[in-house]
Design a protein around this ligand. Structure first.
Ligand SMILES: C[S@@+](CC[C@H](N)C(=O)[O-])C[C@H]1O[C@@H](n2cnc3c(N)ncnc32)[C@H](O)[C@@H]1O
Length: 424
């Protein structure tokens, strides 16, 4: 055992705290707020539903004792993740989805899938105890919307490609941080992920080596489902800002997606704007471009490492989505300067599609992703101040406008180059 591991054996808090509900006094107020939100379902925007979820979470925590919350985290949630992953790998969720909404017996499912019946019964019992699956009889279950959706690669595959391949980086973050004196890490070559698994590979190389590259790509292509995306008219006016005034020549570059993975974002863009002029160009590392399949043939695939000179000059737009958050300011500064060198003043725009973390009241999806960045990349989700510092002070670009669309939705940070004359 590591000699520095702290073993908790004394406390200043009375033990009775552990078995008292966390905040009973708040319960009536929370119940009344949730009731009000529910009255407004369907009338107001989706924000109301999200607010209701947040209050329900507060209600659950207010009613639970600290011991129950600990058991929920350490047994309930982790056991559910385990059972979900099992169901993905064994084909359980596909089979249940194919069987439809009817009640399904665990022994029948087990025999179709070659699983020992007792094992499947135990796993399904836990998922139903956690409210993720409906128990309708002894050893008999009915799918929920959630378990049906697990058969979709965009929902199911993140559990394997992201969580199962990387979670020790999160769960052992304390050891990584202690060994480095509790500093905020910024070195992309020294991450908790690498420390936990004893590797020098970054997340993308590691996941691909483990054979889960497609799973991770499916998750990346789908984690935004149901959320407003940057081209939504409420977020960024694509026609006015990009299409109008663009070079109409078919050889001109219109949109370059840097770190675009296997092209899901450009494909969505092409579907939404089939008449946009010029070329759409997908750039990513050779490892990723080699995995591109079934991509609209009009989209150009280009192997490119963003640490090198940007080969596409004077594009109408350069787009970077959920990629800068994987990297420290030093790496991002160099990437942004490579883009800046390629941009045509007065014509090109750089669109950074990322969260802007509010200083207060941040949505849990943003803070949760920030924890992933911390453990898996030694990087961060940036606040407005941090974005200005990186883009304007360090990279020498100008932020024209930050286009935002509410809590838990990524913003578009629109940037331009002004009178570029070499390094800023
Ligand atoms: C978090 S993913 C985001 C993918 C995509 N933009 C999206 O939002 O779904 C980061 C992407 O950056 C790519 N990447 C990592 N290092 C890179 C590099 N040095 N040059 C180019 N792309 C890189 C990865 O392969 C991956 O596809």
């Amino acid at each position: 055992m590591d000699a520095d591991n702290k073993v908790k054996d004394s406390t200043t808090v009375d033990i009775s705290v552990a078995s008292s509900p966390s905040n009973l006094d708040e319960v009536p107020k929370l119940l009344s707020e949730i009731g009000e939100y529910i009255q407004r379902f369907g009338i107001d925007t989706d924000e109301i539903r999200k607010d209701a979820i947040f209050k329900c979470r507060q209600l659950f925590l207010a009613l639970s004792t600290p011991r129950e919350i600990m058991a929920d985290h350490c047994w309930g949630q982790i056991g559910a993740m385990m059972a979900v992953g099992f169901g993905l790998d064994s084909g359980l969720w596909d089979l249940m989805a194919q069987n439809g909404d009817k009640p399904q017996r665990a022994p029948d499912l087990a025999s179709s899938l070659g699983i020992e019946p007792k094992l499947l019964s135990r796993l399904l019992r836990h998922l139903s105890a956690m409210g993720l699956l409906n128990e309708v009889g002894e050893d008999e279950y009915q799918p929920t919307n959630y378990t049906k959706a697990l058969s979709l690669p965009q929902i199911g595959n993140g559990y394997l490609g992201l969580t199962a391949c990387t979670s020790a980086g999160c769960l052992k973050y304390h050891e990584f941080s202690r060994k480095r004196g509790w500093i905020n890490p910024t070195n992309p070559e020294d991450t908790s992920l690498m420390d936990a698994y004893g590797t020098d590979k970054d997340l993308f190389s590691r996941v691909n080596e483990l054979g889960y590259g497609k799973h991770l790509n499916d998750y990346l292509g789908g984690y935004n489902l149901g959320r407003r995306w940057w081209i939504h008219p409420d977020i960024y006016p694509v026609k006015e800002r990009l299409i109008n005034g663009a070079d109409p020549s078919p050889d001109a570059s219109f949109l370059v997606d840097i770190g675009g993975n296997v092209g899901h974002d450009l494909e969505r863009f092409r579907a939404a704007f089939p008449d946009a002029p010029g070329k759409l160009i997908l750039q990513d590392l050779p490892m990723m471009i080699g995995q591109v399949k079934n991509l609209d043939s009009s989209i150009v695939r280009m192997e490119y490492d963003f640490r090198d000179e940007q080969p596409v000059k004077g594009s109408r737009a350069y787009y970077i989505h959920s990629t800068l958050h994987n990297w420290s300011d030093d790496v991002c500064e160099s990437l942004l300067k490579r883009v800046k060198e390629a941009m045509k003043p007065g014509y090109s725009r750089l669109l950074i599609n990322e969260f802007v973390v509010p200083e207060m009241g941040a949505h849990w999806e943003i803070t949760g992703l920030d924890m992933m960045m911390l453990a898996l990349f030694s990087s961060e989700q940036r606040t407005r101040v941090a974005w200005y510092d990186l883009i304007e002070r360090r990279a020498g670009l100008r932020i024209v406008q930050i286009w935002s669309a509410g809590a838990g939705v990524e913003s578009v940070i629109e940037c331009e180059v002004t009178n570029y004359e070499g390094e800023a």
